[in-house]
Design a protein around this ligand. Sequence first.
Ligand code: NAP
Length: 327
Amino acid sequence: MLAPALEVPIQNGTGSIPTVGLGTWTVFGEQGNADEVEKACLAAIDAGYRHIDCAWCYGTQPGVGRALEAKIREGVITREDMFITTKLWDTHHNPSLVSEELKDSLTTLRTDYVDLFLIHWPLALQDQDMSGKPIAPLDADGKGIPAEHALEDVWKAMEECHRAGLTRNIGLSNFNKKQVDRIMKICTIKPSNMQVEVSPYFSNSRILDHCRQLGMTLTAYAPLGAPNRPWRETGEPNVFEDPVLKEIATVKRKTTAQVILRFHIQRGLVVIPKSIRTSRIQENIQIFDFTLTDDEMSKIAALDKNLRVFKESIGFNHKEYPFNEPF
Ligand SMILES: NC(=O)c1ccc[n+]([C@@H]2O[C@H](COP(=O)([O-])OP(=O)(O)OC[C@H]3O[C@@H](n4cnc5c(N)ncnc54)[C@H](OP(=O)(O)O)[C@@H]3O)[C@@H](O)[C@H]2O)c1
């Protein structure tokens, strides 16, 4: 077994985040595949992962909970060894639903706290109960039906969850600069983490730099560019076919995935690659035994194409849609 990965200290909060976490969004199917994710989590913990990235809307948290319980029972880990993130879904922005959703996540994750609770998107949708049906209420055009819950009020409810001991840290995901600044203006507990899309083709540098200056830790989602996404558009490039990345991988005797993940962590980011295959899960954490040179880092940085692949089309008409701003 590998030694647990390195960690990034949390400035605006408690503890530190292991640099490599396992993603648990299985893409296909409304409710995800919890059994597949359970096996992936078991393999990940055996491979040295101590960080799992979850969300209420992925529908895979029951699998994460079963894996955590099994590995704690086996004596491989304690709960304290693990860093578990979950996220507040769009249909639960009503401040009266925020802690209800987190408690629902805690039940499925089989734990009494998470380490990090993020607002998944700044896109409040029509209130729903915890049945998850529908995950996103849509209008006839396939756009999410918005709800009027101010982001500032949602943040206050997140702070209450922190005060109640349900989560050790709170943070944001997919917010733009103006939205981050609005939270900074009213918060009594600062956001400790920002989770955004980052890949070699999407550096997302401006929002990362802004949040870094505010003392937030930074997590790169879809760090491998979500190569198997079903909505890939014709002609969109795939990082795994990139000649620059392939050449650096050959020189380093590493895989393309390892080079990409190492690139991100040398930028000071936490990465949460998703895989359900044991060999890839192991591969994706074996990135602490080599270093990219400044020249290699510059060559990879030059691949940026500003190619965002998570555009969240259900939010296109929403007044808080985050990606109409420059960053
Ligand atoms: N905050 C947000 O809004 C948000 C949005 C998207 C994602 N996320 C989080 O970020 C995590 C990762 O993002 P993602 O799953 O979209 O994309 P990703 O991690 O960039 O890519 C995952 C895909 O790459 C494949 N893969 C993994 N390791 C590989 C390797 N070593 N070699 C070749 N292929 C490999 C996986 O296939 P196999 O499984 O078949 O190996 C999977 O199809 C998610 O699971 C979720 O936890 C958060």
